[in-house]
Design a protein around this ligand. Sequence first.
Ligand SMILES: C[S@@+](CC[C@H](N)C(=O)[O-])C[C@H]1O[C@@H](n2cnc3c(N)ncnc32)[C@H](O)[C@@H]1O
Ligand code: SF4
Length: 475
Amino acid sequence: MTMGKGEHAVLPQSYKSLLKHNKNTPRYTSYPTAPHFREIAELLSTGEPSYEEWLQKLDTQQPLSLYVHVPFCKKICWYCGCHTKATNKYSPVEQYLTYLKREISLVAKTIQNKHQTAPIVGHIHFGGGSPSYLSATDFNALMQHIKTCFSISPSAEIAIELDPREINEAKVASYKINGVNRVSLGVQDFHPNVQKAINRYQPFHTVYESLKLLKQYSIQSCNIDLLYGLPLQTPEMIAENIILATALQPNRISLFGYAHVPWMKKHMRLIDEATMADAEGRLEQFSVAQAALTQKGYRQIGLDHFVAENDPMAKAYDTGTLKRNFQGYSTDTATTLIGFGPSAISSLPATYAQNTPDNRLYYKMLDDGALPVAKQVALTEDDIVRRGIIEHIMCYGIYNLSLHSAKFSASKKALAHTAFINAETQLEQLAIDNLITFSKEQQTLRVLIPQASRLAAAAFDAYLAPNVAQHTQVA
Ligand SMILES: C[S@@+](CC[C@H](N)C(=O)[O-])C[C@H]1O[C@@H](n2cnc3c(N)ncnc32)[C@H](O)[C@@H]1O
Ligand code: SF4
Protein backbone atom coordinates (compact mmCIF):
# COMPACT_ATOMS: atom_id res chain seq x y z
CA MET A 1 0.00 0.00 0.00
CA THR A 2 1.32 3.46 -0.84
CA MET A 3 0.63 6.20 1.64
CA GLY A 4 -0.28 9.72 0.57
CA LYS A 5 1.18 12.90 2.00
CA GLY A 6 -0.05 13.48 5.53
CA GLU A 7 -0.94 9.78 6.06
CA HIS A 8 1.54 7.98 8.24
CA ALA A 9 2.15 4.46 9.44
CA VAL A 10 2.25 4.08 13.23
CA LEU A 11 5.56 5.41 14.47
CA PRO A 12 7.21 4.13 17.65
CA GLN A 13 6.26 6.33 20.65
CA SER A 14 9.79 7.75 21.05
CA TYR A 15 9.70 9.02 17.43
CA LYS A 16 6.35 10.70 18.13
CA SER A 17 7.90 12.41 21.17
CA LEU A 18 10.73 13.63 19.00
CA LEU A 19 8.24 15.65 16.95
CA LYS A 20 7.48 17.69 20.07
CA HIS A 21 11.16 18.65 20.21
CA ASN A 22 11.61 19.11 16.46
CA LYS A 23 13.35 22.44 16.70
CA ASN A 24 16.47 23.68 14.94
CA THR A 25 19.42 22.02 16.65
CA PRO A 26 23.09 21.77 15.67
CA ARG A 27 24.53 18.52 14.33
CA TYR A 28 27.60 19.12 16.51
CA THR A 29 30.43 18.43 14.11
CA SER A 30 32.29 20.94 16.31
CA TYR A 31 31.78 22.75 19.60
CA PRO A 32 31.43 25.70 19.63
CA THR A 33 29.53 25.32 16.34
CA ALA A 34 30.56 27.31 13.23
CA PRO A 35 28.04 30.20 13.73
CA HIS A 36 30.01 31.07 16.90
CA PHE A 37 33.38 31.44 15.18
CA ARG A 38 34.45 35.09 15.20
CA GLU A 39 35.68 37.31 12.35
CA ILE A 40 39.46 37.70 12.44
CA ALA A 41 39.12 41.53 12.53
CA GLU A 42 37.13 41.22 15.78
CA LEU A 43 39.89 39.13 17.34
CA LEU A 44 42.75 41.53 16.64
CA SER A 45 42.02 43.59 19.75
CA THR A 46 41.63 40.57 22.06
CA GLY A 47 45.27 39.48 22.02
CA GLU A 48 44.31 35.90 21.15
CA PRO A 49 47.03 34.00 19.27
CA SER A 50 46.58 34.01 15.50
CA TYR A 51 46.02 30.78 13.52
CA GLU A 52 49.64 31.11 12.35
CA GLU A 53 50.82 31.14 15.99
CA TRP A 54 48.67 28.10 16.80
CA LEU A 55 50.21 26.27 13.82
CA GLN A 56 53.71 27.13 15.00
CA LYS A 57 52.94 25.66 18.43
CA LEU A 58 51.76 22.28 17.04
CA ASP A 59 53.48 19.12 18.21
CA THR A 60 54.62 17.68 14.86
CA GLN A 61 55.54 14.36 16.42
CA GLN A 62 51.81 13.66 16.66
CA PRO A 63 50.26 12.68 13.31
CA LEU A 64 48.06 15.36 11.76
CA SER A 65 45.00 14.96 9.56
CA LEU A 66 44.40 16.97 6.41
CA TYR A 67 41.10 17.95 4.79
CA VAL A 68 41.36 19.18 1.18
CA HIS A 69 38.28 20.95 -0.19
CA VAL A 70 37.46 21.03 -3.92
CA PRO A 71 34.69 23.64 -4.37
CA PHE A 72 33.60 22.74 -7.92
CA CYS A 73 30.96 20.54 -9.54
CA LYS A 74 29.78 20.21 -13.15
CA LYS A 75 26.17 20.93 -12.19
CA ILE A 76 24.47 21.84 -8.91
CA CYS A 77 22.13 19.30 -7.32
CA TRP A 78 19.22 21.31 -5.93
CA TYR A 79 19.40 19.71 -2.48
CA CYS A 80 23.11 20.47 -2.09
CA GLY A 81 24.19 22.13 1.15
CA CYS A 82 27.93 21.93 0.41
CA HIS A 83 30.20 24.87 -0.39
CA THR A 84 30.61 24.48 -4.14
CA LYS A 85 30.16 26.19 -7.52
CA ALA A 86 29.03 24.85 -10.88
CA THR A 87 31.49 25.16 -13.71
CA ASN A 88 31.59 23.44 -17.07
CA LYS A 89 35.00 24.84 -17.88
CA TYR A 90 38.06 23.19 -16.38
CA SER A 91 40.20 26.36 -16.34
CA PRO A 92 38.77 27.64 -12.99
CA VAL A 93 39.72 24.27 -11.46
CA GLU A 94 43.28 24.60 -12.78
CA GLN A 95 43.55 28.11 -11.39
CA TYR A 96 42.20 26.89 -8.05
CA LEU A 97 44.75 24.07 -7.85
CA THR A 98 47.60 26.55 -8.22
CA TYR A 99 46.34 28.45 -5.17
CA LEU A 100 45.46 25.33 -3.20
CA LYS A 101 49.05 24.09 -3.58
CA ARG A 102 50.27 27.50 -2.48
CA GLU A 103 48.15 27.30 0.66
CA ILE A 104 49.39 23.76 1.41
CA SER A 105 53.04 24.93 1.09
CA LEU A 106 52.40 27.98 3.28
CA VAL A 107 50.78 25.97 6.08
CA ALA A 108 53.49 23.27 5.97
CA LYS A 109 56.21 25.94 6.11
CA THR A 110 54.52 27.63 9.07
CA ILE A 111 54.34 24.35 11.00
CA GLN A 112 57.89 23.37 10.13
CA ASN A 113 59.48 26.68 11.09
CA LYS A 114 60.35 25.46 14.57
CA HIS A 115 60.95 21.76 13.99
CA GLN A 116 62.66 21.66 10.57
CA THR A 117 61.01 18.31 9.81
CA ALA A 118 58.03 17.59 7.60
CA PRO A 119 54.90 17.13 9.74
CA ILE A 120 53.61 13.54 9.83
CA VAL A 121 50.16 12.95 8.34
CA GLY A 122 48.01 9.95 9.27
CA HIS A 123 44.80 10.81 7.45
CA ILE A 124 43.83 12.78 4.33
CA HIS A 125 40.27 13.46 3.26
CA PHE A 126 39.40 14.99 -0.12
CA GLY A 127 35.91 16.48 0.08
CA GLY A 128 33.76 18.99 -1.72
CA GLY A 129 32.13 19.85 -3.96
CA SER A 130 33.49 17.11 -6.15
CA PRO A 131 37.13 16.06 -5.78
CA SER A 132 36.41 13.60 -8.60
CA TYR A 133 36.16 16.62 -10.91
CA LEU A 134 40.00 16.74 -10.88
CA SER A 135 41.62 15.03 -13.86
CA ALA A 136 43.85 12.05 -13.13
CA THR A 137 46.91 14.17 -13.99
CA ASP A 138 45.86 16.95 -11.63
CA PHE A 139 45.05 14.53 -8.79
CA ASN A 140 48.54 12.99 -9.21
CA ALA A 141 50.15 16.43 -9.15
CA LEU A 142 48.16 17.48 -6.06
CA MET A 143 49.13 14.32 -4.16
CA GLN A 144 52.78 14.76 -5.19
CA HIS A 145 52.64 18.30 -3.87
CA ILE A 146 51.16 17.16 -0.55
CA LYS A 147 53.93 14.54 -0.30
CA THR A 148 56.63 17.17 -0.74
CA CYS A 149 55.14 19.27 2.09
CA PHE A 150 54.14 16.54 4.56
CA SER A 151 55.45 13.13 5.52
CA ILE A 152 52.57 10.73 4.80
CA SER A 153 52.51 7.76 7.16
CA PRO A 154 52.63 4.41 5.26
CA SER A 155 49.48 3.37 7.16
CA ALA A 156 47.63 6.62 6.38
CA GLU A 157 43.94 6.49 5.53
CA ILE A 158 43.45 8.47 2.31
CA ALA A 159 39.76 9.02 1.59
CA ILE A 160 37.98 10.78 -1.27
CA GLU A 161 34.37 11.77 -1.98
CA LEU A 162 33.43 10.67 -5.50
CA ASP A 163 30.58 11.59 -7.81
CA PRO A 164 29.82 8.31 -9.69
CA ARG A 165 28.87 10.31 -12.77
CA GLU A 166 32.43 11.48 -13.34
CA ILE A 167 34.54 8.44 -12.49
CA ASN A 168 36.71 6.90 -15.20
CA GLU A 169 39.52 4.37 -15.25
CA ALA A 170 42.34 6.92 -15.45
CA LYS A 171 41.02 8.65 -12.31
CA VAL A 172 40.59 5.39 -10.40
CA ALA A 173 44.13 4.33 -11.40
CA SER A 174 45.47 7.63 -10.08
CA TYR A 175 43.61 7.14 -6.78
CA LYS A 176 45.16 3.69 -6.44
CA ILE A 177 48.69 4.85 -7.32
CA ASN A 178 48.42 7.64 -4.77
CA GLY A 179 47.32 5.42 -1.91
CA VAL A 180 43.60 6.23 -1.77
CA ASN A 181 42.10 3.44 0.33
CA ARG A 182 38.60 4.71 1.18
CA VAL A 183 35.99 6.21 -1.12
CA SER A 184 32.56 7.64 -0.58
CA LEU A 185 30.05 7.71 -3.44
CA GLY A 186 27.25 10.27 -3.63
CA VAL A 187 24.08 8.37 -4.56
CA GLN A 188 21.12 9.89 -2.62
CA ASP A 189 18.21 8.09 -4.37
CA PHE A 190 17.86 5.62 -7.26
CA HIS A 191 14.42 6.69 -8.53
CA PRO A 192 14.26 8.70 -11.80
CA ASN A 193 11.38 10.92 -10.58
CA VAL A 194 13.30 11.90 -7.42
CA GLN A 195 16.49 12.39 -9.44
CA LYS A 196 14.61 14.74 -11.76
CA ALA A 197 13.20 16.68 -8.79
CA ILE A 198 16.72 17.18 -7.37
CA ASN A 199 18.48 17.84 -10.69
CA ARG A 200 20.74 14.82 -10.44
CA TYR A 201 20.31 12.14 -13.07
CA GLN A 202 22.28 9.07 -12.09
CA PRO A 203 21.06 5.62 -13.13
CA PHE A 204 21.76 2.56 -10.96
CA HIS A 205 24.23 1.15 -13.49
CA THR A 206 26.42 4.28 -13.14
CA VAL A 207 26.89 3.52 -9.46
CA TYR A 208 27.31 -0.20 -10.19
CA GLU A 209 30.02 0.43 -12.82
CA SER A 210 31.86 2.86 -10.52
CA LEU A 211 32.03 0.34 -7.72
CA LYS A 212 33.09 -2.40 -10.12
CA LEU A 213 35.96 -0.25 -11.35
CA LEU A 214 37.03 0.69 -7.83
CA LYS A 215 37.05 -2.97 -6.83
CA GLN A 216 39.08 -3.91 -9.95
CA TYR A 217 41.73 -1.54 -8.60
CA SER A 218 41.43 -3.12 -5.14
CA ILE A 219 39.90 -0.04 -3.54
CA GLN A 220 37.68 -2.07 -1.26
CA SER A 221 36.49 0.36 1.43
CA CYS A 222 33.44 1.98 -0.08
CA ASN A 223 30.74 4.15 1.43
CA ILE A 224 27.44 5.09 -0.22
CA ASP A 225 25.64 8.33 0.73
CA LEU A 226 21.83 8.16 0.73
CA LEU A 227 19.35 10.86 1.65
CA TYR A 228 15.83 10.75 3.06
CA GLY A 229 13.41 13.67 3.17
CA LEU A 230 13.99 14.48 -0.53
CA PRO A 231 11.10 15.55 -2.77
CA LEU A 232 8.73 12.75 -3.88
CA GLN A 233 10.34 10.13 -1.63
CA THR A 234 8.00 7.74 0.20
CA PRO A 235 8.84 5.08 2.81
CA GLU A 236 8.38 2.41 0.12
CA MET A 237 10.90 4.14 -2.13
CA ILE A 238 13.35 4.46 0.75
CA ALA A 239 13.03 0.70 1.31
CA GLU A 240 13.81 0.17 -2.41
CA ASN A 241 16.85 2.45 -2.13
CA ILE A 242 18.14 0.28 0.70
CA ILE A 243 17.62 -2.92 -1.30
CA LEU A 244 19.54 -1.47 -4.26
CA ALA A 245 22.30 0.12 -2.15
CA THR A 246 22.92 -3.02 -0.07
CA ALA A 247 22.97 -5.16 -3.25
CA LEU A 248 26.15 -3.24 -4.10
CA GLN A 249 27.65 -4.43 -0.77
CA PRO A 250 29.26 -1.19 0.44
CA ASN A 251 31.10 -1.37 3.77
CA ARG A 252 29.26 1.71 4.99
CA ILE A 253 26.07 3.56 4.19
CA SER A 254 25.55 7.13 5.34
CA LEU A 255 21.87 7.91 5.62
CA PHE A 256 21.50 11.68 5.99
CA GLY A 257 18.26 13.55 6.49
CA TYR A 258 17.97 16.19 3.75
CA ALA A 259 18.71 19.55 5.42
CA HIS A 260 16.47 22.04 3.63
CA VAL A 261 17.87 25.55 4.19
CA PRO A 262 16.65 27.64 1.22
CA TRP A 263 17.42 30.86 3.14
CA MET A 264 21.12 29.86 3.01
CA LYS A 265 21.25 28.02 -0.33
CA LYS A 266 19.18 29.75 -3.04
CA HIS A 267 19.17 26.75 -5.43
CA MET A 268 17.11 24.82 -2.82
CA ARG A 269 14.19 27.13 -3.77
CA LEU A 270 13.98 25.12 -7.02
CA ILE A 271 12.72 22.18 -4.95
CA ASP A 272 8.94 22.01 -4.65
CA GLU A 273 8.39 21.98 -0.88
CA ALA A 274 4.88 20.58 -1.36
CA THR A 275 6.47 17.32 -2.54
CA MET A 276 8.62 16.89 0.57
CA ALA A 277 7.56 14.73 3.52
CA ASP A 278 6.64 16.51 6.74
CA ALA A 279 8.56 15.84 9.97
CA GLU A 280 6.51 12.74 10.77
CA GLY A 281 6.97 11.43 7.23
CA ARG A 282 10.73 11.98 7.47
CA LEU A 283 10.89 9.97 10.68
CA GLU A 284 8.90 7.21 9.03
CA GLN A 285 11.34 7.17 6.11
CA PHE A 286 14.26 7.01 8.52
CA SER A 287 12.78 4.20 10.57
CA VAL A 288 11.99 2.14 7.45
CA ALA A 289 15.62 2.54 6.29
CA GLN A 290 16.97 1.83 9.77
CA ALA A 291 14.99 -1.41 10.05
CA ALA A 292 15.97 -2.55 6.53
CA LEU A 293 19.66 -1.81 7.08
CA THR A 294 19.71 -3.56 10.44
CA GLN A 295 17.97 -6.54 8.87
CA LYS A 296 20.71 -6.64 6.19
CA GLY A 297 23.36 -6.87 8.93
CA TYR A 298 24.50 -3.24 9.05
CA ARG A 299 25.13 -1.76 12.45
CA GLN A 300 24.01 1.78 13.21
CA ILE A 301 26.72 4.11 14.48
CA GLY A 302 25.62 7.48 15.80
CA LEU A 303 22.98 9.48 13.95
CA ASP A 304 23.46 8.46 10.37
CA HIS A 305 26.11 5.77 9.75
CA PHE A 306 25.38 2.12 9.07
CA VAL A 307 28.46 -0.07 8.89
CA ALA A 308 29.36 -3.70 8.19
CA GLU A 309 30.22 -5.64 11.35
CA ASN A 310 33.93 -5.90 10.33
CA ASP A 311 34.27 -2.21 9.43
CA PRO A 312 36.90 -0.18 11.38
CA MET A 313 34.12 2.19 12.47
CA ALA A 314 32.36 -0.65 14.32
CA LYS A 315 35.67 -1.44 16.03
CA ALA A 316 36.21 2.24 16.91
CA TYR A 317 32.75 2.28 18.50
CA ASP A 318 33.50 -0.88 20.50
CA THR A 319 36.88 0.36 21.70
CA GLY A 320 35.63 3.86 22.56
CA THR A 321 37.80 5.63 19.97
CA LEU A 322 35.02 6.85 17.66
CA LYS A 323 35.26 10.59 16.89
CA ARG A 324 33.06 13.24 15.37
CA ASN A 325 34.56 15.97 13.18
CA PHE A 326 33.56 18.14 10.23
CA GLN A 327 33.23 15.09 7.97
CA GLY A 328 30.82 13.50 10.48
CA TYR A 329 31.69 10.26 12.33
CA SER A 330 35.30 9.25 11.96
CA THR A 331 37.84 6.67 13.10
CA ASP A 332 40.52 9.36 12.93
CA THR A 333 41.89 10.02 16.43
CA ALA A 334 44.31 12.85 15.55
CA THR A 335 43.86 15.95 17.70
CA THR A 336 44.69 18.27 14.77
CA LEU A 337 42.86 18.50 11.48
CA ILE A 338 44.08 21.09 9.00
CA GLY A 339 41.59 22.22 6.36
CA PHE A 340 42.66 23.58 2.95
CA GLY A 341 40.54 25.47 0.41
CA PRO A 342 37.75 28.06 0.67
CA SER A 343 35.39 27.50 3.64
CA ALA A 344 37.56 24.65 5.02
CA ILE A 345 37.71 24.46 8.81
CA SER A 346 40.80 23.50 10.81
CA SER A 347 40.49 22.00 14.26
CA LEU A 348 43.52 22.35 16.54
CA PRO A 349 43.67 21.22 20.17
CA ALA A 350 42.49 24.59 21.48
CA THR A 351 41.18 26.51 18.49
CA TYR A 352 39.08 26.31 15.33
CA ALA A 353 39.89 28.39 12.25
CA GLN A 354 37.82 28.71 9.08
CA ASN A 355 39.07 29.84 5.68
CA THR A 356 37.19 32.48 3.77
CA PRO A 357 34.40 30.90 1.66
CA ASP A 358 34.95 33.55 -1.03
CA ASN A 359 37.15 32.11 -3.82
CA ARG A 360 38.36 35.53 -4.96
CA LEU A 361 39.32 36.63 -1.46
CA TYR A 362 40.99 33.25 -0.94
CA TYR A 363 43.17 33.91 -4.02
CA LYS A 364 43.88 37.50 -2.96
CA MET A 365 44.97 36.56 0.55
CA LEU A 366 47.31 33.90 -0.83
CA ASP A 367 48.67 36.42 -3.39
CA ASP A 368 49.46 38.64 -0.39
CA GLY A 369 51.29 35.73 1.28
CA ALA A 370 48.66 35.42 4.04
CA LEU A 371 46.91 32.32 5.37
CA PRO A 372 43.34 32.67 3.97
CA VAL A 373 41.62 32.51 7.37
CA ALA A 374 38.42 34.51 7.91
CA LYS A 375 37.15 33.27 11.27
CA GLN A 376 38.59 31.75 14.38
CA VAL A 377 37.63 30.82 17.89
CA ALA A 378 39.99 30.03 20.76
CA LEU A 379 38.56 27.44 23.12
CA THR A 380 38.30 28.16 26.82
CA GLU A 381 38.73 25.34 29.33
CA ASP A 382 34.92 25.31 29.66
CA ASP A 383 34.55 24.92 25.86
CA ILE A 384 37.02 22.01 25.87
CA VAL A 385 35.12 20.23 28.66
CA ARG A 386 31.72 20.77 27.00
CA ARG A 387 33.14 19.74 23.59
CA GLY A 388 34.22 16.41 25.15
CA ILE A 389 30.77 15.82 26.68
CA ILE A 390 28.95 16.73 23.45
CA GLU A 391 31.22 14.58 21.26
CA HIS A 392 30.74 11.63 23.61
CA ILE A 393 26.94 11.94 23.49
CA MET A 394 26.93 12.34 19.69
CA CYS A 395 29.15 9.26 19.24
CA TYR A 396 27.79 6.90 21.89
CA GLY A 397 24.40 8.25 22.96
CA ILE A 398 25.37 7.89 26.62
CA TYR A 399 27.11 9.97 29.26
CA ASN A 400 28.37 9.17 32.74
CA LEU A 401 29.84 12.19 34.50
CA SER A 402 32.06 10.41 37.03
CA LEU A 403 33.45 7.94 34.45
CA HIS A 404 34.04 10.62 31.85
CA SER A 405 35.71 13.10 34.19
CA ALA A 406 37.74 10.52 36.20
CA LYS A 407 41.06 11.64 34.68
CA PHE A 408 40.27 15.36 34.60
CA SER A 409 42.18 17.99 36.59
CA ALA A 410 40.29 19.47 39.56
CA SER A 411 39.34 22.58 37.54
CA LYS A 412 38.03 20.53 34.60
CA LYS A 413 36.10 18.27 37.00
CA ALA A 414 34.41 21.32 38.47
CA LEU A 415 33.53 22.62 34.97
CA ALA A 416 32.07 19.26 33.90
CA HIS A 417 30.04 19.15 37.12
CA THR A 418 28.65 22.65 36.50
CA ALA A 419 27.85 21.80 32.85
CA PHE A 420 25.87 18.79 34.04
CA ILE A 421 23.95 20.79 36.67
CA ASN A 422 23.14 23.45 34.02
CA ALA A 423 21.83 20.76 31.66
CA GLU A 424 19.58 19.03 34.21
CA THR A 425 16.31 20.88 33.50
CA GLN A 426 16.50 20.19 29.76
CA LEU A 427 17.54 16.58 30.34
CA GLU A 428 14.63 16.06 32.74
CA GLN A 429 12.21 17.25 30.06
CA LEU A 430 13.73 14.88 27.48
CA ALA A 431 13.38 12.04 30.01
CA ILE A 432 9.70 12.90 30.65
CA ASP A 433 9.16 12.66 26.89
CA ASN A 434 10.84 9.24 26.72
CA LEU A 435 13.67 10.43 24.53
CA ILE A 436 16.38 9.68 27.07
CA THR A 437 16.79 7.96 30.41
CA PHE A 438 18.40 10.27 32.93
CA SER A 439 19.55 9.90 36.53
CA LYS A 440 20.22 13.10 38.43
CA GLU A 441 21.69 11.16 41.35
CA GLN A 442 24.07 8.99 39.32
CA GLN A 443 24.66 11.81 36.81
CA THR A 444 24.14 9.57 33.80
CA LEU A 445 22.06 9.70 30.64
CA ARG A 446 21.27 7.38 27.72
CA VAL A 447 19.45 8.41 24.55
CA LEU A 448 16.61 6.12 23.49
CA ILE A 449 16.66 7.01 19.76
CA PRO A 450 19.70 8.30 17.85
CA GLN A 451 18.10 11.63 16.85
CA ALA A 452 17.69 12.47 20.55
CA SER A 453 21.48 12.69 20.89
CA ARG A 454 21.39 16.13 19.23
CA LEU A 455 18.84 17.28 21.83
CA ALA A 456 20.79 15.80 24.75
CA ALA A 457 24.02 17.33 23.43
CA ALA A 458 22.27 20.71 23.05
CA ALA A 459 21.55 20.67 26.80
CA PHE A 460 25.34 21.10 27.31
CA ASP A 461 25.73 23.86 24.70
CA ALA A 462 26.43 27.14 26.48
CA TYR A 463 26.15 29.18 23.23
CA LEU A 464 22.93 27.83 21.80
CA ALA A 465 20.07 30.24 22.41
CA PRO A 466 20.77 33.25 20.13
CA ASN A 467 21.48 31.44 16.83
CA VAL A 468 19.11 28.48 16.71
CA ALA A 469 17.70 29.50 13.32
CA GLN A 470 21.04 28.66 11.66
CA HIS A 471 20.62 24.94 12.33
CA THR A 472 18.27 22.23 11.00
CA GLN A 473 15.34 20.23 12.34
CA VAL A 474 16.08 17.12 14.40
CA ALA A 475 13.63 14.83 12.52
C1 LIG B 1 30.26 16.56 -1.28
S1 LIG B 1 28.92 15.51 -1.54
C2 LIG B 1 29.55 13.97 -2.17
C3 LIG B 1 30.45 13.94 -3.36
C4 LIG B 1 29.93 14.37 -4.69
N1 LIG B 1 29.90 15.81 -4.75
C5 LIG B 1 28.59 13.80 -5.00
O1 LIG B 1 27.60 14.49 -4.74
O2 LIG B 1 28.52 12.69 -5.50
C6 LIG B 1 28.67 14.98 0.10
C7 LIG B 1 27.33 14.44 0.52
O3 LIG B 1 26.66 15.41 1.28
C8 LIG B 1 25.29 15.07 1.35
N2 LIG B 1 24.50 16.29 1.28
C9 LIG B 1 24.62 17.30 0.38
N3 LIG B 1 23.70 18.24 0.62
C10 LIG B 1 22.98 17.83 1.69
C11 LIG B 1 21.88 18.38 2.41
N4 LIG B 1 21.32 19.56 2.08
N5 LIG B 1 21.40 17.69 3.47
C12 LIG B 1 21.96 16.52 3.84
N6 LIG B 1 22.99 15.95 3.19
C13 LIG B 1 23.50 16.59 2.12
C14 LIG B 1 25.00 14.14 0.17
O4 LIG B 1 24.62 12.87 0.65
C15 LIG B 1 26.34 14.09 -0.55
O5 LIG B 1 26.58 12.82 -1.09
S1 SF4 C 1 25.81 16.94 -3.94
FE1 SF4 C 1 27.87 16.70 -4.70
S2 SF4 C 1 27.69 16.86 -6.96
FE2 SF4 C 1 25.79 17.63 -6.11
S3 SF4 C 1 26.16 19.85 -6.03
FE3 SF4 C 1 26.64 18.99 -4.01
S4 SF4 C 1 28.79 18.63 -4.01
FE4 SF4 C 1 28.16 18.90 -6.17
